[in-house]
Design a binder for this molecule. Sequence first.
Ligand code: NAP
Length: 287
Amino acid sequence: MTAQLIDGNALSKKLRGEVAARAAALTAQGLKPGLAVVLVGDNPASQVYVRNKVKACEEAGLHSVLEKYDASLTEAALLARVDALNQDPTIHGILVQLPLPAHIDAHKVIEAIAPEKDVDGFHVASAGALMVGQEGFKPCTPYGCMKMLEYIGYETRGKHAVVIGRSNIVGKPMAMLLLQANATVTVCHSATPDLAHFTRQADIVVAAVGKRNVLTADMVKPGAVVLDVGMNRTDDGKLCGDVDFAGVSQVAGWITPVPGGVGPMTITMLLVNTIESAERAAQSVDR
Ligand code: NAP
C-alpha cells in the first residue's frame, strides 16, 4: 500500500485564506488583529521560527510586533514587557518564543501572559480548559494535527490513537484533543517498554519525540494515519521527522511529510488563535 499524503501546505493555504478574510472584516470594523512575538537571545532555530510567524501574520493581514532582546535580559524586565503587552489593546495574542535563557523561569513568564492573549495555549489556564473541555486556546501543533484529521475526513470516534511523546506543548494536549474527539488514546514515552506493541494496534499514530526513525514500517498497522510532528536533521543537514517516511508510507493509509506537514499547520493555528482572540475582543467592545 502507498499512503496518501496529508499536505500541510495546501491545508494551511486554505485556512490562512480564511484567516485573511476574517482579519480584513475586523480591520474594516476598526480593529486590526495583532500578535506580539517576543524573542530573547539568539537561538538560530528560534530566530527562523519567529521570522516565519511574523511573515505569516503579515501575509494574512494581521498586525505583528517582533520584540527582540539580548540573552542578558533579566526575568523581571521580560515580565514587565509581558505585562505591557497584556495591557496593549492593539495586541490580541502574545507569544514568548521558547526556549528562554536558563536564568529566566519559562513557566513564570508563560503564566504572566493574560490567558485571553495566550495564543500559544501554553498557560495553565489554557491547559486546564482543555483538560475539562472548556473554551480556551488549544496549543497550535496538536490543534493543527486535529485539523489535518478533519481535512482528510477521518472519523476519530472509536478509533485507537497512540501518541508518542508526553510534552506539555505537544504530546499531552494532543492526547486530550483526541480524547475529546472520542478516540481511545494511549500515550507512550521514553519509559514505554516495547513501543511497537502499542503502535501496531493504532489507527492513528502521532509521533512527537524529536528522534529520527522512532516509527518504522514494521511498527505500523496497514492503513493507519501517521502524523509526524518531529523536527530533526539528517546527517546531511536536511529536515526530517520522527517517522521513517520511505518505509512507513508503504504501510500507512495516510501520512504527513516533513517538511510540508505539521510544521506549516503550527503557524497556521497560531494565526487562527490570534484571529479568534481578536474577534472575542471585538465582541467585548461591542457589548
Ligand atoms: P520534548 O519535550 O523533548 O518531548 C519528547 C517526548 O518524547 C518526551 O515525552 C519523551 O519521553 C518522549 N521520548 C523520547 N524518547 C522516546 C522514545 N525512544 N520512545 C518513546 N518516547 C520517547 O519534545 P516536544 O517539544 O514535544 O517536541 C517533539 C518533537 O516535535 C521535536 O522534534 C520538536 O522539534 C518537534 N516539534 C515540532 C513542531 C512543529 O511545528 N512541527 C512543534 C513543536 C515540536 P519522556 O517524557 O519520558 O522524556
